[in-house]
Design a protein around this ligand. Sequence first.
Ligand code: NAP
Ligand code: ZN
Ligand code: ZN
Length: 368
Amino acid sequence: MAKSPETEHPIKAYGYAASDTSGTFSPLTFSRRATGDKDVRFKVLYCGICHSDLHFAKNEWGVTTYPVVPGHEIVGVVTEVGSKVETFKVGETVGVGCLVGSCRSCQSCSNNLEQFCPKMTFTYAFPNYSDGTLTYGGYSDHMVADEHFVLHWPDNLPLDSGAPLLCAGITTYSPLRHYGLDKPGMKIGVVGLGGLGHVAVKIAKALGAEVTVFSTTPEKKEEALDGLKADHFIVSKDVDQMQAATGTLDGILDTVSASHPIVPFLNILKTDGKLVLVGMPAVPHELPAFPLVLGRKVVGGSNIGGLKETQEMLDFCAKHGITADIEVIPIDYVNTAMERLLKSDVRYRFVIDVANSIKVPSDTRSKV
Ligand code: NAP
Ligand code: ZN
Ligand code: ZN
């Protein structure tokens, strides 16, 4: 049961929240905890819009507690650190992704897999493990988080186009590594060329893969091949193109946000190939045994990544010049952005310029 943030959290914050399943956003004043010993408090500069924000705002997964202030691709600048914070300083640029808490002692936590901790706390719309209050994300003026869940921002990584890496980057980097789909020369497919998908193409290319994009949008072909440097582009609704690719790929990352058939992608895998689901449509997939059994194929899933791997991914992307292709928007554009995201009408990630567009009421602003 979430406790009241007003009694537990003394510092006012201001952001954009959805309050019901319409998913319509409006300004909200709420509260965040005071800076604890191990906490880093920071002003939000940029925040990406992930499709999960849309799923949550409309309660498509049936788990949303309203009001929800989404945002888990957050870049900011540190304004205060607790007395026991060891690795962050005021004025430093930092990132926060999808996690702000975990138990820190279970097997998953011990293995740097905080994303699988039974007490893991998502950055928004989740009861905070430490005090039971609801979390609020980065569509807001500032954040506070335990330093373990704060990332060091690489010097040469842009703040705006780098922000989406905190979810889209780690969600695609981690499964490529974990499932052994990171060997140079491998043939890798990416299904769905959206926020996650376009970053997946860039990361897979940097790992040395030959990359095939599967898209429902033929207009993305030129962008995929010329802009993102993918090697092949297949319109996933074109039966002939799909047939021609049968048995060719070592692994496929499926990033699609909506219900769609996955069997056609199983057919495109080689023997022992792996289909990894990272997209999370609310409707269950249909998964017959035959295409799996007859090629010893594997279907797996993957949930973001742990903090250590997220830092590794940021450093990898900085080294390889990988950022997201973005459209920067003011925060009061968020409702239009969500409508456009639903129609896949963005190339390829909206990023909110929070610091330059949020109009924080004066009685809130003075506290941060
Ligand atoms: P996005 O930017 O909206 O991209 C999704 C893409 O899927 C679209 O651009 C579109 O690509 C394709 N698509 C959309 N509707 C489709 C349909 N009906 N049939 C087939 N393809 C369709 O979303 P995103 O931010 O990348 O997120 C994608 C999914 O990953 C969401 O479900 C999100 O919640 C989930 N996610 C999971 C994790 C995790 O840890 N596992 C982390 C973050 C996000 P084309 O136009 O190319 O077909
Ligand atoms: Zn996300
Ligand atoms: Zn744990």
